[in-house]
Ligand binder design. Sequence first.
Ligand code: F6R
Length: 260
Amino acid sequence: MRIAIHPDAAAVGGHAARILAHTVERKPDAVLGFATGSSPMATYEALARHRRDGLAFDRVRGFALDEYVGLPSEHPESYRSVIDREVVQRLGLTPGNIRVPDGAAEDLEAACRAYEEAIRASGGVDVQLLGIGANGHIGFNEPTSSFASRTRVKTLSPRTREDNSRFFGGDVAQVPMHCLTQGIGTILDARALVLVATGTAKAAAVAQMIEGPLGAFCPATALQLHANATVIIDEEAASELQHSAYYRHTEANRPAWQLP
Ligand code: F6R
């Protein structure tokens, strides 16, 4: 796991965006994995600057991590809407190239199988962008999720519904109870993982992910199993790490061929 600690959220977003932009420069039809929530917004902002500087995203293909069950896709907080607004429009992606799990499908299990098949048919995800929940979830793989799990229906934890109620006017009753999410096994199939986290609310989960033992109760510890995972965090999210001096030393001495 490569660990980069930055002073603030804008620098975190800038670093993650450089990795994604570098991927698209080398492979204009790269397959990117998109996260939603607050954490990746600084990354999308920074990527929009790469677009303004001339990087074309129109051939990029993409898959979202997850979607609520039971929200119509046109609801402003459905992840389909968020991805369209924050990613597709901002970066000039081709709408038909970007898929989000279908949380309004009649047959949710068939929708999950179709999603897995679409990822496989694309040739697989080149870089998957991730956030982390305060309870250690990645995607919506809540604590106790199997490390071998694939795209499926999950029940959101009370903590996640509470945390996400800010997107629903502060009313937790409006937050759907269920979701579709890529599994941990699905996420680990991506060729590279980039996880961004900022703020003290994430500090305990970040410390557990990096320094804790592997365990299903902190799904993000699964990143320890991936051969190409980069964790990019700010000082606040790093504040509970026991060995941050070591990560800073290692990152500062990374050879040029490992950049960005
Ligand atoms: C969103 C997702 C989640 C979020 C996590 C953190 O697609 O998969 O894992 O990344 O809940 O959310 P924020 O960034 O809003 O704190």
